[in-house]
Design a protein around this ligand. Structure first.
Ligand code: ACO
Length: 333
């Protein structure tokens, strides 16, 4: 839904940052009972980036955002709104955006986090877009940033092979032109499936105690094959829904940038949409699943590699813990 027919919100800058430390499948196979072959064939992942102990989510976020600002040609003083999608905040509070505001030297602008797991970046972008159209913020920074290694159980082979750390960011700008930039977003959630993918300990339901730590409740818990089945269904449904609502067809899409969780989920989506894999941006082989950071990191690579041109229709689609899902259509300016 748009609030004004003569204004749009475009992506005017893109950036990303991934910590330099690479953790390969071979290294993981020395830590838990797994193999490079199992991880590659079941997920497509070959390696992931891992942040150092001195790096927090806000450090990763600030580096990605600085790149996006540079790409947009704007400066810190131009930004009127800052929103971050993350499930790995620096602290329960204050929010991570406040740390990033300070690290980037932004003004005293509204700054907050959104928690929608792997759908976090698309949720965040839509919240920022809506606030820009209602309140007239000219430029906003939207970031997806995660240090998933901090909530990963490195002794659990069913989860530790999947995740990585990183951050991606976009600058959004309000323009006096209709039907350009983010032309439509849909979002949804099914709270009845909340328990199949969660960090059960450390919140108000089960505050951290010696017992919760001993039971590894501060780590990601996931019923992988349940998540897999729902992910395929909601990714396909969201992509088809948004195209139908926008009156567009799969053939109109120049590039699909899906959440980077598992190659097999993306292949199922490609088949359902009837779009060849060559029109999908995939980089999960090198980053694993970076939750809210995965889509903006992939967008940054696609943008820098010249895979997006003016006038292209780009489809973003994500699912994540909650379970949440979202899709956005962007007509590149
Ligand atoms: N190495 C070797 N074997 C393993 C590993 C591993 N790393 N992990 C599991 N296995 C074994 C299992 O124990 C099982 O063995 P069994 O048959 O003897 O019981 C066998 O492999 C098959 O296990 P499944 O879980 O059925 O494997 P599946 O084909 O479903 O693949 C996977 C698992 C990759 C996790 C898949 O289910 C998946 O990708 N699910 C979606 C995950 C996802 O996208 N999550 C998003 C979370 S992000 C967020 O919101 C923060």
């Amino acid at each position: 839904m748009s609030f004004s027919t003569d204004q749009s919100v475009i992506i005017s800058g893109v950036g990303s940052y991934a910590p330099p430390r690479i953790l390969t499948n071979v290294e993981l196979s020395q830590m838990v009972e797994t193999s490079d072959e199992w991880i590659r064939t079941r997920t497509g992942i070959r390696e992931r980036r891992i942040a150092g102990p001195e790096e927090s989510t806000s450090d990763l976020a600030a580096k990605a955002a600085a790149e996006a600002l540079r790409d947009s040609g704007l400066t810190a003083g131009d930004i009127g709104l800052l929103v971050i999608g993350t499930v790995t905040p620096d602290m329960p509070f204050p929010n991570t955006a406040c740390f990033v505001q300070q690290k980037l030297g932004l003004g005293k602008i509204p700054s907050f986090d959104v928690e929608a797991a792997c759908s976090g970046f698309l949720y965040t972008m839509e919240i920022a877009r809506s606030l820009m159209l209602v309140n007239g913020y000219k430029h906003a920074l939207v970031i997806g940033a995660e240090k998933l290694s901090s909530i990963t159980n490195w002794e659990d082979r069913t989860t530790c092979v999947l995740f990585g750390d990183g951050a991606g960011a976009v600058v959004l700008s309000l323009v006096d032109e209709p039907d350009i930039g983010i032309i439509r977003t849909i979002m949804g959630a099914d709270g009845t499936e909340a328990n199949i993918l969660c960090v059960p300990g450390g919140g108000s339901a089960s505050p951290s105690t010696v017992e919760t730590i001993e039971r590894s409740m501060h780590y990601i818990h996931m019923q992988g094959n349940q998540v897999f089945k729902i992910a395929v269904r909601v990714m396909c449904q969201s992509a088809l829904d948004i195209l139908e609502k926008a009156g567009l067809a799969a053939e109109d899409v120049a590039l699909v940038i899906p959440h980077q969780a598992n190659n097999r989920i993306i292949e199922a989506l490609a088949q359902r949409l009837g779009i060849g894999m060559e029109r999908f941006k995939i980089n999960l082989d090198r980053y694993g699943n970076t939750s809210a950071a995965s889509i903006p990191i992939a967008l940054d690579e696609a943008w820098r590699n010249g895979r997006i041109r003016s006038g292209d229709l780009v489809l973003f689609v994500a699912f994540g813990g909650g379970l949440t899902w979202a899709a956005s259509l962007v007509k590149w300016h």
